[in-house]
Write a protein that binds this ligand. Sequence first.
Ligand code: R5P
Length: 297
Amino acid sequence: MSVVCLDKDVSLAQSVATLMGCECILPEQHEFPDGEHYLRLDTHVLNEDIFLFSNLHQPDKKILPLIFSAGFLREIGAKRIVLVTPYLPYMRQDTQFHPGEYVTSRYFSKLISEHFDGLITIDPHLHRYHHLDDIYSIPSTVIHATSVIAEWIKTTISNPIIIGPDDESRQWAEDVAALADCAVTVLRKTRLGDRDVRIHMEQNDLYKNHQPILVDDIISTGKTVLETARLMVKEGYQKPLVIGVHAVLAEGAANELNRAIEQDLLANWLTCNTIAHPSNGIDVSVLLETAIQNFWA
Ligand code: R5P
């Protein structure tokens, strides 16, 4: 088995390779002035299983180097190539919300399935699809970060209550609460636009002495967690702590979240290291290493 990494930030792939006791191979990459890519990989992979790390957050510029790398690795004799993308993009357009919309999740999954033998990812946004098999035709392993999040909560926070800000977060919130052995409540969200959400909650005085922990899969604009925090503080709950699996973080989101700490709306916010960011506080390396070791077992 070999680990090959196309990411700029190689820390996660490097730490997984170290756990596996193998080298993390880094192809040479260069962008020509016209935006095309130069790639070079002078290595031997004959009959090897390759685990190709490419974190496809903001995927559009990464996808061609990825497909080229899969093609090249096959040419030089790799046995099977598994894509390891801790964040799986193009999952949220999972239906036609308005007439004429492209259901991009389907085309993206077809493209990846054509070029890879397998896929490993962490907490993909499975909402209207229940399994990756609904759209991916290659074997896949879905890792849940809930165990490492629950462990972090258990060892760091006393008297927590897990809050899922919307129905889509229910799967993570309930799982984390069960593993951390604490209470959970799931709120309702109405989305009015990309950066405009309303959160609805029932009052529950029982939990006003608990430390609320908002758990969501993706923090993008941050509006979902910020609106939830605003509402909770207004209603007399303690300042929530936010845990996101994926620090997708649209422009300005990290600053807004940091400002919310200064404004006494948030206790803090942190993310798993599925997407490299200074907010990373929960490590998923061991989960990835286990998934890799078991992939073809
Ligand atoms: C979708 O519902 C997801 O679970 C997240 O709640 C959503 O992507 C968060 O987006 P934002 O940070 O832009 O509110």
